[in-house]
Design a protein around this ligand. Structure first.
Ligand SMILES: Nc1ncnc2c1ncn2[C@@H]1O[C@H](COP(=O)(O)OP(=O)(O)O)[C@@H](O)[C@H]1O
Ligand SMILES: Nc1ccn([C@@H]2O[C@H](COP(=O)(O)OP(=O)(O)O)[C@@H](O)[C@H]2O)c(=O)n1
Length: 218
């Protein structure tokens, strides 16, 4: 039996990670935070001091990197044996991830690493192209969004809570820039997958979103 997949795609700060983790826990399913794979590669690329337009070198780093995920209450990620969890959350990492994620060759190298997460009893997969490309035949699909102002405010509060210095106007600009880059790239752009349940969470609580998503499956 193939494991059923629930995909949750959407822009930065929409609540994908929060909702996906909660839904995976409620269903007892596995969880793939595909953005953390792109973010981990961004850390590896920054560590190696590569130029962000050196695609062959980025692909080489992507192929060689060894990632370990510990999906307990909080996600812990190790890159080649070193805990990089704290560096994953920064906006520098997120923006770098968005730049290198636009290269089709880079996406191709990371494809199988993501597909490997489809294991019984099921998978909740969060990202930009989960329902459109990586798990295009998923049984359940959600597109989760919110206004750019609301998403910037959420991200700002999240960074401050983590003790990371943050500036709201700058985050708003970066969110808009990332939306543009993620939606306009030619390879696996951010899009509403066919048949997806569309949820605008601007005026919904986290619990209300979780309820809508779980209702799709049970
Ligand atoms: N519906 C909501 N209402 C208010 N805050 C939310 C909502 N959904 C998520 N958040 C908060 O917004 C922040 C970003 O959520 P996150 O799950 O990291 O988004 P994404 O994975 O889409 O980038 C988190 O601090 C989270 O608690
Ligand atoms: N499936 C995915 C997931 C992330 N990404 C890229 O990786 C970046 C970081 O992803 P993320 O999910 O951690 O970002 P947030 O939504 O948490 O800000 C995104 O801006 C995308 O450019 C992607 O291209 N495809």
């Amino acid at each position: 039996m193939t494991a059923p997949v629930l995909t949750i795609d959407g822009p930065s700060g929409a609540g994908k990670g929060t909702v996906s983790r909660a839904v995976a826990k409620l269903l007892g399913w596995n969880y793939l935070d595909s953005g953390s794979i792109y973010r981990s590669l961004a850390v590896a690329v920054l560590n190696a001091g590569l130029n962000l337009d050196d695609v062959p070198a980025i692909c080489e780093v992507a192929q060689a990197m060894l990632l370990e995920f510990d999906c307990g209450d909080a996600l812990i990620v190790k890159l080649n044996g070193v805990d990089i969890t704290a560096r994953l959350a920064t906006e520098t990492t997120g923006n770098t991830a968005s730049i290198i994620a636009a290269y089709p060759d880079v996406r191709a190298v990371l494809l199988q690493k993501q597909k490997d997460f489809q294991q019984l009893p099921g998978l909740v997969a969060d990202g930009r192209d989960m329902g459109s490309v990586v798990f295009s035949d998923a049984r359940y699909k959600v597109y989760l969004t919110a206004s750019a102002e609301e998403r910037a405010l959420r991200r700002y509060k999240q960074l401050i809570e983590k003790g990371i210095d943050a500036n709201l106007p700058q985050i708003t600009r970066e969110i808009e820039e990332r939306d543009r880059r993620d939606s306009q790239r030619t390879s696996a752009p951010l899009t509403v997958p066919e048949g997806a349940l569309y949820i605008d969470s601007s005026n919904l609580t986290i619990q209300e979103v979780i309820d809508q998503v779980v209702n799709l499956v049970v």
